[in-house]
Design a protein around this ligand. Structure first.
Ligand code: FES
Ligand SMILES: [Fe+2]
Length: 432
């Protein structure tokens, strides 16, 4: 399969306002191979949050972009991404999902590595020749690791531009999330691990798809009204934006399900009303009314290309996922919250999180069902194209248009089609 067929995967007709994606991108194993090489091996990929490893020796072993890695804070305090494979014969050296360790001992022949990756123990080392070099046999590390305000990314592309440059316009939206606390944000303990029999890019689309919300999640909006939410808040307005390099966002206000930071909703109870109003005033003093409104009252669903979603809505979820097969992905999701939140406030936030975003919430099971249904539908290969044209001729695309998805697809297509050996240049924001 040559580049010619890659080029026919996306139709981007800005003259007539038609944007189509060939459904082969969701089913063809050779496309997944290209994605591994050209997307997951080249971009900055979210590995975890610094708050998950606050103390020296803390670690999280997880799969990132299909690789077993250890996100670890070494005894020297530095955050590293160690590649979880023994330099002896390959076994995983860290088998526990999380913990605190000064060293990792491989269970196969008991080679031992420090939490900074150095090889510090080899049983019967005298049997090796003088050429045996412990330093050379340290655990490998991801070639690039950088963090932005606690969000740790790694890249297997040594010539990748810096993370801040890569984040482009997405940085402003990460700031709107991070500015919700003066002392910092933290991942709340516990991970939602789940899977879907669907292509990973369907979850990218779905996570920034305002069009489906009132349809697929109709019951949630009915629930809100039953709880006493003013139905005018449900007809919210907002915009979809391309943020450069494939990143995109939908942003809208007011927040119908409330925002535990400082946007009150009836589910939070009358007693919290005054507290949230006081918090709002503090934000206004700190940031001025306009920025405070954006931070506290505005919902945003942010995609950091290719596979990090931050839904800062009725609670904040950090979600990332990776394909195991064209029709199967594994998803990890966490709740993010201000470190300095009072326990009662935290409980209210987590309740709001679980109501919509949790594994048994109003959203997640229905979204899983929809995406798996799309994947099943793709068996009808005669229907070759999916449509992503909505709002393409509108001057100011809305949250229920598809501009944000087109931003993703254009970058994806560019990375898939760029000639071998050439770095795809940074991509500016797109207006349609
Ligand atoms: S494979 Fe790890 S010690 Fe042999
Ligand atoms: Fe959804």
């Amino acid at each position: 399969m040559g580049n010619g067929s890659r080029e026919s995967l996306v139709i981007d007709n800005t003259v007539d306002g038609l944007f189509r994606v060939n459904r082969r991108v969701f089913t063809d194993p050779s496309i997944l191979e290209w994605e591994r090489e050209r997307v997951f091996e080249r971009c900055w990929i979210y590995a975890g949050h610094e708050s998950e490893i606050p103390h020296a020796g803390d670690f999280r072993a997880r799969n990132v972009a299909g690789r077993p890695v250890i996100l670890v804070r070494g005894s020297d305090g530095q955050v590293r991404v160690l590649l979880n494979t023994c330099t002896h014969r390959g076994s995983l050296v860290c088998w526990q999902p999380s913990g605190n360790a000064r060293s990792f001992q491989c269970p196969y022949h008991a080679w031992t590595f420090s939490n900074q990756g150095e090889l510090i123990g080899v049983p019967g080392e005298e049997a090796y020749s003088a050429a045996f070099d412990r330093q050379e046999l340290a655990l490998a590390v991801a070639p690039r690791v950088e963090s932005y305000r606690g969000f740790v990314f790694m890249s297997f592309n040594p010539s990748m531009e810096g993370l801040v440059e890569y984040l482009a316009g997405a940085r402003e939206y990460l700031d709107l999330v991070c500015d919700q606390s003066e002392v910092g944000m933290e991942i709340v303990g516990g991970t939602h691990l789940y899977s879907m029999r669907a292509n990973w890019k369907l979850l990218v689309e779905n996570s920034i798809d305002g069009y489906h919300a009132p349809i697929t999640h109709q019951r949630y909006f009915e629930f809100l009204v039953e709880m006493g939410v003013d139905s005018a808040r449900i007809r919210r307005t907002g915009a979809g934006r391309s943020l450069g390099n494939g990143h995109a966002v939908i942003e809208s206000a007011p927040a119908p399900g409330g925002r535990p930071i400082a946007s009150w909703a009836p589910m939070f109870g009358e007693a919290t009303k005054a507290e949230l109003a006081a918090i709002q005033r503090k934000f206004e003093d700190r940031f001025g009314p306009e920025r405070a409104y954006r931070i506290t009252q505005t919902n945003r669903n942010l995609l950091v290309f290719p596979n990090l979603i931050i839904n800062d809505i009725m609670a904040i979820t950090v979600r990332t996922f990776f394909p195991r097969a064209p029709d199967y992905m594994e998803i990890s999701a966490w709740a993010l919250a201000p470190i300095d939140e009072r326990p009662e406030h935290r409980a209210m936030r987590l309740d709001n999180f679980l109501t919509f975003l949790g594994p048994g919430g109003f959203a997640t099971p229905d979204d899983v069902e929809m995406l798996e249904a799309c994947q099943r539908g793709f068996a009808n290969r005669e229907v070759a194209w999916s449509d992503i044209s909505r709002g393409m001729t509108r001057e100011h695309p809305l949250t229920n248009d598809d501009l944000q998805m087109r931003a993703f697809w254009r970058r994806w297509h560019e990375l898939i089609t760029v000639p071998e050996g050439i770095e795809a240049p940074l991509q500016p924001t797109v207006a349609i």
